[in-house]
Design a protein around this ligand. Structure first.
Ligand code: SF4
Length: 292
């Protein structure tokens, strides 16, 4: 990765914040605790390699994860933290050849993953072309966060992550409000900042096809198994929302806010689902076209 400067923080982001498994030592498949119940292939403790991880750090069933119903693997998103740890923080030294650094590497990965996630959201916020002063504040926060990702392992572990996260959360919340109010103005939608939060954010299994959710604040909402077929979700903030098994066939998410690839990966959609340009249509959606 190029050295972080204030000028290049935005321009070099697209590849840096996407997983590049070929540059990673399979860290997420070892560092995390996971269970069959959460859609992973086995129950295992943190620090134990998944049995499907090959000697060359590739997943031997990678092309079949969706078909095998391994939703935990499909949904997991490191935001590029894996390659950062492997190639930058530990400078290409892998845990197989250097077992003494393995525990430190896995511990630091958990911090790096959160920092990269913050960078992803801040980059997304910058894409909205925000006015000052918030546009400048977001740029400063992104610059600061990217600088932190270059710290040495022990400094990363000592860093006050929760304090930093709180500051970023406030910026993202203010961004959301500004962007939603602007989209509602241009789309002539009545803007109510509490929209979507007033009654509940637990929509588990509900049919939401008749609800107007445009420009709503659905941060952290439970949308598991909801029916959002053909719903216009322009300007809706989905940061942290749970989309497992949500029906997004034909839904318009092209102007939704803070929607991530991992959220899309665990939902159901088809070729008529409109996605933001930064996200890719999951492969397993192809078969959904025939089951509509
Ligand atoms: S099945 Fe593959 S992607 Fe999932 S944890 Fe194991 S090695 Fe990683």
């Amino acid at each position: 990765m190029a050295q972080v400067t204030y000028e290049n923080i935005y321009s070099d982001n697209s590849s840096h914040l996407k997983p590049q498994c070929e540059k990673c030592f399979g860290i997420c498949c070892i560092a995390l605790y996971f269970s069959v119940q959460d859609g992973f292939p086995t129950d295992k403790s943190a620090g134990t390699p998944c049995p499907n991880l090959a000697e060359d750090f590739r997943c031997v069933i990678h092309d079949k994860l969706g078909d095998l119903g391994l939703r935990g693997c499909v949904a997991y998103e490191c935001y590029g933290a894996g390659q950062q740890i492997s190639q930058v923080t530990f400078a290409g030294r892998n845990w197989r050849l250097e077992p003494s650094s393995a525990d430190l590497m896995f511990e630091v990965f958990l911090v790096m993953r959160q920092l990269h996630e913050m960078c992803w959201y801040l980059t997304e916020a910058l894409s909205f072309k925000l006015p000052s002063p918030i546009g400048g504040e977001i740029k400063e926060a992104l610059y600061a966060t990217k600088r932190i990702t270059q710290f040495a392992p022990h400094f990363l572990l000592e860093f006050n992550l929760s304090e930093h996260r709180t500051k970023i959360s406030v910026l993202l919340k203010n961004t959301s409000k500004l962007v939603r109010s602007e989209i509602s103005r241009t789309n002539k939608v009545t803007f109510n900042d509490d929209k979507g939060r007033k009654a509940t954010t637990d929509f588990l299994g509900r049919d939401l096809r008749k609800k107007d959710l445009r420009c709503a604040d659905l941060r952290g909402a439970c949308l598991i198994a909801t029916n959002l077929e053909d719903v216009d979700l322009s300007g809706t903030d989905f940061i942290g929302a749970d989309f497992r098994d949500a029906n997004l066939r034909g839904a318009n998410l092209s102007n939704s806010i803070f929607l991530t690839q991992s959220q899309i990966n665990v939902a159901r959609g088809n070729s008529n689902t409109k996605l933001p340009i930064s996200l890719s249509r999951p492969k397993h959606w192809e078969s959904e076209n025939t089951t509509k």
